[in-house]
Write a protein that binds this ligand. Structure first.
Ligand code: SAM
Length: 374
C-alpha cells in the first residue's frame, strides 16, 4: 500500500491505530509531551490572542454565538485550560462562546469527554463536514495536529520521483520504491523546488509530500463562516525541508518518551509524525481561500504575549506560591521557549472573511507584535 495509506491506518484504525484505539497518552508521564501538557502556562499566554480575535468578531457581529474550535484536542487539556482562562478573564465574551472539538478518533474523544466534564463553557464534538452545514464564526486552533496527517513518502529512484509503498516481506514490513508520482504530485514538488527528477539528490534520497493539507484546509474553511485559523506545529521552509542533506525526510515515531525514525516498527504502537512544510501549508491555505496573516517562532510569539512578564511575576514576593512550585512553573515557561525544542515551533495565522476593522495591514495578530522592551 502507499505509505500514506499505511500511516493513516496505523494512526487511526479504530481497533489497532495508535490514536484510533485511544492508546497513546500525552504528557510528561505518557508517550510524549506537548506544550499544554506541561501545565496551564501555555493556555494562559495564548488566551489573550484568542480573546483579541474573538472580541473583534463580537464587535463586528454584536449578537449570536461565537466558537473556539480545536482540531485534534488530544487529552483535552488545552481546551480545558483555555476555557478556564477565557471564562475567568473575559466573562462577557464567554457568554457567547462555545467550545467545539473536532476529533475523528473515538478512543481520544472519550478521554476528552472525561477531561472536559467540568468545563466552564458549553462543549460539543463535531466534524468539519457537520460544521459546514451551519458554519461558525470564531477561531480554529490546530495545535500539533497537522503533523499527524498522513503524508505521501517518495524517493529518488533511477531518475524518477517514485512513491514509496509498504509491503509484507518475510513476516515483517518493508518500504520499496514503486511507480512514479502522479502529474499533480510532480507539479507540487516542482513548486517546492524539486522540479527535475532527482534534482541532484542521490539515489534513495527520500522525503514526504503533504497531500492531506489541501483537503484539510478546505474542510476547515468550509466549517468557518468568518474568523481565524492558528496552526502551531513543527514546520520548515521548503528549502530546509527538502535540503539535499535531509536525506530521509522528517518522519519520527514517539512512544514512552522515546523517539526513533523507523515508521515500520511495531505498527499502531507508536505515534507517527512528519514536520510541516511552510510552503506546502501556504499553498494549501491559499487554494482553500484562506488569507495568510503571518508567522513566527513560538518563542517570539510567547514573548510578545507576555512570557517575560509571567517569568518576572514568579520572582516577586507577593505571588503566594511555594518556592518549589515557582521553580516548576519557571521551568515550564522556559521549556516553552527553548530554541532547540518547543521554542522552535511555528505559529502561522490565517483569516477568512475577517471583520473590516481587522485587515492584516492595520492590525496584525498580537503575537506578531514586537516583544515589549521594558
Ligand atoms: C499530538 S495530538 C495533539 C493533542 C493536543 N492538541 C495537544 O497539543 O496536546 C494529535 C491529536 O489529533 C487527533 N487527530 C489526528 N488526526 C486528526 C485529524 N485529521 N483531524 C482532527 N484530529 C486529528 C489525534 O487523535 C489527537 O487527538
Amino acid at each position: 500500500m502507499p505509505f500514506s495509506s499505511y500511516m493513516a491506518w496505523v494512526l487511526h484504525d479504530p481497533e489497532h491505530g495508535a490514536y484510533g484505539a485511544g492508546r497513546l497518552r500525552i504528557g510528561p508521564g505518557g508517550d510524549f509531551a506537548t506544550a499544554p501538557s506541561l501545565g496551564p502556562a501555555f493556555a494562559e499566554l495564548l488566551a489573550p490572542q484568542l480573546a483579541d480575535w474573538l472580541e473583534g468578531l463580537a464587535r463586528a457581529v454584536p449578537t449570536g454565538p461565537l466558537a473556539l474550535v480545536e482540531a485534534g484536542p488530544g487529552e483535552g487539556q488545552l481546551a480545558l485550560d483555555l476555557a478556564g482562562a477565557l471564562a475567568q478573564r473575559w466573562p462577557g465574551l464567554t457568554e457567547r462562546l462555545e467550545l467545539v472539538l473536532v476529533e475523528p478518533n473515538p478512543g481520544m474523544a472519550s478521554r476528552q469527554r472525561q477531561r472536559l466534564a467540568a468545563c466552564p463553557l458549553p462543549v460539543r464534538w463535531s466534524s468539519f463536514e457537520q460544521l459546514a452545514e451551519r458554519p461558525v464564526r470564531g477561531v480554529v486552533l490546530a495545535h500539533e495536529v497537522l503533523d499527524a496527517l498522513a503524508v505521501e513518502r517518495f524517493e529518488h529512484h533511477q531518475g524518477h520521483w517514485c512513491r514509496q509503498r509498504v509491503r509484507l516481506a518475510g513476516g515483517g514490513l518493508e518500504l520499496l520504491a514503486s511507480e512514479p508520482l502522479s502529474p499533480v504530485e510532480l507539479e507540487a514538488l516542482a513548486d517546492l523546488g524539486l522540479a527535475e527528477p532527482g534534482a541532484g539528490r542521490p539515489e534513495g534520497w527520500c522525503s514526504e509530500l503533504h497531500s492531506g493539507l489541501g483537503p484539510w484546509m478546505a474542510g476547515c474553511g468550509s466549517a468557518l463562516a468568518s474568523g481565524w485559523l492558528l496552526v502551531i506545529d513543527y514546520a520548515l521552509e521548503a528549502w530546509r525541508y527538502y535540503a539535499p542533506a535531509r536525506s530521509a525526510g522528517t518522519l519520527m515515531a514517539y512512544r514512552g518518551q522515546r523517539a526513533q525514525a523507523d515508521p515500520l516498527l511495531d505498527p499502531g504502537a507508536w505515534d507517527l509524525t512528519a514536520h510541516l512544510c511552510t510552503d506546502s501549508l501556504e499553498r494549501a491555505a491559499l487554494g482553500a481561500g484562506w488569507q495568510p496573516l503571518g508567522q513566527c517562532r513560538q518563542g517570539e510569539a510567547l514573548l510578545a504575549l507576555g512570557l517575560a512578564q509571567a517569568l518576572h511575576g514568579l520572582s516577586t514576593a507577593d505571588e503566594g506560591l511555594a518556592l518549589a512550585e515557582r521553580l516548576a512553573r519557571r521551568e515550564a515557561l522556559l521549556r516553552l521557549v527553548d530554541p532547540a525544542a518547543l521554542g522552535d515551533f511555528r505559529w502561522l495565522a490565517y483569516g477568512r472573511d475577517l471583520p473590516a476593522e481587522r485587515d492584516s495591514q492595520s492590525a496584525p495578530p498580537l503575537f506578531l507584535r514586537e516583544p515589549p522592551l521594558s
